[in-house]
Design a protein around this ligand. Structure first.
Ligand code: UDP
Ligand code: MG
Length: 316
C-alpha cells in the first residue's frame, strides 16, 4: 500500500483538486492508497472538507488536525508517524508536486532497488526573482558549511520505503528541518527533475521573512560553521590587537608619545564591542536551540483525528 502524507495549512480550495488529480493517476494503475491529511491548524474550511472526504471514503482518506499551527515540518512528522503503507510519499496539497510523476517514481523505487525517489525543480519560473536569488544563495552557503548535502531545487515531494521513514521517525528533534533530515538519514536516493508549477489555487503561506528565518534555522540545525566563524574572528582580532600593541609600544619607546588619536581608539572599541555582540548572538542562537530541545516538548498536538487511524493502530 502507498500512503500519501499531505500537510495542509489553509488549503480548503486546493484539497478537492488534489484528491481528484491523485485519484486520476492512481486508479488506472490499481495501486492501493491511503491519504493522510494533516490539518496544521488551518483557519479556513480545511478541516470541514477533510471531515467530509473522510465520511465519503473512510477506508482511504484519513486526517489529523492539530490544536494550532505547528508548521509544515511538524505536520510532515505527524503524517509519517501515522502512515501505514509500505511505501510512503509526502506531497504538498497545492499540486505543485505533480501526481503524474508517482507511477514513474513507484516504478523506479521497485526496479532500481532504491530507498527513495525524490524530485527536483529544473527551474524556478513563476517565482519572484528576489526569492530565487536568496534561495540560490542559501544553498551555496549551506553546502559550504554543512556536511549534510542539500541539492538546490530539491522538493520535499518524495517516495520512500518504510525502512527510510522509520529512520526519519527516529529523529525526534524539536527543531526540524526536513530537507536536512531527509539528506542526513542517507539511503539510496535518485531524483527526477521536472518543470516548476504554480499552485492550483490559494496562496503560498511563506512570507519572505518566514523563508529567511527558515533558512537560518536550516543552517543552525545542520552546521556548526557559524560557531567556528565566531572563534575564528575572535582569534583574528586578538592577533591584530597583539601586533598593534607591539607596534605602539615600540613606537612610544623609540619616538616618545605625542598623544593624539582618541577617535581611532573609540572606533576600535566600538568595532570590538560589535564583534563581541555578534559572536554572542551566534552562540545565543545555538543555546536557544538547545533550550528548546531540552524541554522535550511534543512536536505537535492533535485536537481531532479521523476514527480509522486509531483503529488501525490498535489492530497492530
Ligand atoms: N504548510 C503547512 N503548514 C504551514 C505552512 C505550509 O502544513 O505552516 C503546507 C501547505 O499547506 C502546503 C505545503 O506545506 O501543502 C507547502 O506550502 P506552500 O505551498 O505555501 O509553500 P511553497 O510551495 O510556496 O513553498
Ligand atoms: Mg506550494
Amino acid at each position: 500500500m502507498l500512503s500519501i502524507v499531505v500537510p495542509c495549512f489553509n488549503e480548503a480550495e486546493t484539497i478537492p483538486h488534489f484528491v481528484a488529480a491523485v485519484d486520476a493517476v492512481m486508479t488506472p494503475i490499481a495501486q492501493e492508497i491511503e491519504y493522510i491529511f494533516v490539518d496544521d491548524g488551518s483557519k479556513d474550511q480545511t478541516l470541514t472538507i477533510l471531515q467530509e472526504l473522510n465520511k465519503q471514503r473512510p477506508q482511504e482518506i484519513h486526517y489529523l488536525s492539530f490544536s494550532r499551527n505547528f508548521g509544515k515540518e511538524a505536520a510532515l512528522y505527524a503524517g509519517l508517524k501515522n502512515a501505514k503503507g509500505s511505501v510512503i510519499t509526502v506531497m504538498d496539497a497545492d499540486l505543485q508536486d505533480p501526481p503524474e510523476l508517482l507511477p514513474q517514481m513507484l516504478d523506479m523505487l521497485q526496479n532500481e532497488h532504491l530507498d527513495c525517489v525524490g524530485t527536483r525543480r529544473k527551474n524556478r519560473t513563476g517565482e519572484p526573482p528576489i526569492r530565487s536569488f536568496f534561495s540560490k544563495a542559501f544553498y551555496k552557503i549551506i553546502n559550504q558549511f554543512s556536511d549534510t548535502e542539500m541539492i538546490d531545487g530539491v522538493r520535499d515531494f518524495r517516495l520512500m520505503t518504510r525502512q527510510m521513514v522509520d529512520a526519519i521517525l527516529e529523529m525526534t528533534e524539536y527543531n526540524r528541518f526536513s530537507k536536512g533530515i531527509f539528506s542526513w538519514v542517507g539511503f539510496k536516493t535518485e531524483y527526477i527533475a521536472y518543470e516548476n508549477r504554480e499552485r492550483v489555487a490559494g496562496e503560498t503561506s511563506w512570507s519572505f521573512w518566514g523563508l529567511f528565518k527558515y533558512s537560518l534555522d536550516g543552517i543552525v540545525n545542520f552546521s556548526e560553521a557559524p560557531l567556528m566563524f565566531a572563534s575564528f574572528v575572535g582569534a583574528l582580532s586578538c592577533l591584530g590587537a597583539g601586533i598593534a600593541l607591539i607596534f605602539i609600544v615600540t613606537r612610544a619607546l623609540l619616538f616618545g608619545d605625542p598623544t593624539s588619536g582618541w577617535p581611532s581608539i573609540v572606533s576600535i572599541m566600538l568595532f570590538m564591542g560589535g564583534l563581541q555582540l555578534l559572536c554572542l548572538g551566534i552562540i545565543g542562537k545555538y543555546i536557544g536551540k538547545i533550550f528548546l530541545e531540552t524541554k522535550k516538548r511534543p512536536i505537535y498536538l492533535i485536537r481531532e483525528q479521523s476514527e480509522v487511524i486509531t483503529e488501525v493502530s490498535k489492530d497492530e
